[in-house]
Design a protein around this ligand. Structure first.
Ligand code: TZP
Ligand code: MG
Length: 339
């Protein structure tokens, strides 16, 4: 029995180490890294009083030469390593129950902790993948576009937009919910990320990927309580200081602007220019989006300023053929990314 426990202890520890490194170096998530480390240390602690190494015989272990799989995506690697840890915990739990029931119960608790951490880590990875699509971030507002929302959204998606905010300041709640539901269906067909402007309730109800908040909406912390960690929360900010505070509060991205003059939104402060973006980039590790009066020729400079994405309304929606414009913007951004 102790040889089985020794082999499975090593396997569990290795699996946990791998996922811990993903949380630490890829997600850079301090809280999650600490939770995973706590799992590893607890396992070490509950087995520390047993002299497992004296039962070890790696040379004659027939499992030594079993081949390893390779993974197409990081999430598969995470799943495989959590499974390795969870299965090993289960094996140790079953065998130790024969002689050491308390040890067995402790191992079971750790297995359930591993299931919970797996879910958290996978949803953080999924969110990171979604945020990586930000590039050209279209704000679909039918009033500003002067065209119906289905047409705007449909054409934008055909043109290659993969990160889209649905903004509608005039519909009542029921209308907004119905429209958002249709936008969700359209965006899903293209695996595009959908963010709902202002409304946490609508975002949750239609299973959007997240919400975009401003000063008049729910505070980020309150929205996070409702939405949980897996949804994206974006925040409008008007300065470097606000951007830093927004990320600290838990926003996944901040939209900083207006960078240039715009007529799409009333009562805006004076344009910030590119300098603030550069300074903010140096101060925040989170996702930084430029917004306000952005036109196609500014993309190279914005990219140089270090932004992760640009949020646009008029540049795509008020320039004629939406599909063609969207395509132009997406291609131009891709060129900048390759440069
Ligand atoms: N917030 C700051 S500027 C702005 C919003 C919603 C409008 C951006 O629209 P446009 O037409 O791209 O300037
Ligand atoms: Mg708002």
């Amino acid at each position: 029995m102790w040889q089985i426990i020794d082999v499975n202890y090593n396997r569990a520890r290795e699996g946990i180490r791998v996922v811990e490194e993903v949380a630490r170096f890829i997600l850079k998530d301090t809280a999650l890294t600490q939770e995973i480390r706590r799992l590893r240390h607890s396992l070490q602690k509950i087995l520390s009083s047993f002299p497992l190494y004296s039962f070890r015989n790696a040379e004659t272990d027939i499992g030594k030469n079993f081949s390893s799989l390779s993974y197409a995506h990081l999430s598969e690697l995470v799943k495989a390593n959590f499974s390795r840890a969870e299965e090993s915990l289960r094996v140790m739990e079953e065998f130790s129950r024969l002689e050491k029931p308390t040890l067995s119960r402790n191992l079971m608790d750790l297995r359930f902790l591993a299931y919970q951490l797996e879910k958290q880590l996978l949803s953080c990875l999924a969110k990171k993948d979604k945020l990586a699509k930000i590039g050209i971030y279209l704000i679909a507002d039918e009033r500003i576009a002067g065209k119906p929302y289905e047409e705007i959204v449909g054409k934008a998606l055909e043109g290659g937009i993969r990160f889209l905010q649905f903004r509608d300041k005039s519909s009542n709640t029921r209308e907004l919910w119905e429209k958002s539901f249709i936008v969700r269906e359209l965006t899903q067909k293209y695996s595009a990320v959908l963010i709902i402007n202002d409304r946490v309730d609508i975002a949750l109800s239609i299973n959007a990927d997240g919400v975009h908040l401003g000063k008049e909406d729910l505070p980020v912390k309150e929205a996070r309580k409702i939405l949980g960690e897996e949804k994206i929360i974006g925040l409008t900010v008007r300065s470097r200081v606000e951007a830093i505070a927004g990320i600290e509060e838990g926003a996944d991205y901040v939209s900083l602007g207006p960078v240039f003059p715009t007529t799409s939104k009333k009562d805006l402060p004076p344009p910030l220019g590119l300098g603030v973006l550069k300074k903010t980039r140096k101060k925040i590790a989170g996702v930084l989006v430029a917004i306000g009066g952005i036109t196609l020729p500014f993309l190279p400079e914005l990219k140089k300023a270090g932004v992760d994405g640009v949020a646009v309304i008029s540049g795509i929606l008020r320039e004629g053929d939406i599909r063609k414009k969207a395509q132009e913007w997406v291609k131009a951004w891709e060129r900048e990314e390759e440069a």
